[in-house]
Design a protein around this ligand. Structure first.
Ligand SMILES: [Zn+2]
Length: 60
């Protein structure tokens, strides 16, 4: 679903950010559409998380 079900506004284009806060799951953003519908977006941390790959010290 990439558009507002009420007015068809593309959700990739944020009309207004109401509030944004951090949770253990990621960044939760409350946005308001041009038609007034409130949407909740959750952006997980995964994309910004540093994942260590490669050899572990002591492993052979
Ligand atoms: Zn809308």
């Amino acid at each position: 679903m990439n558009e507002c079900p009420r007015c068809g506004w593309p959700q990739s284009d944020v009309y207004e950010v109401i509030s944004r806060h951090l949770t253990s799951e990621g960044v939760v953003t409350y946005t308001r559409c041009a038609c007034g519908a409130v949407q909740i977006r959750v952006q997980a941390f995964e994309t910004g998380r540093v994942v260590t790959t490669g050899r572990l010290p002591g492993a052979s």
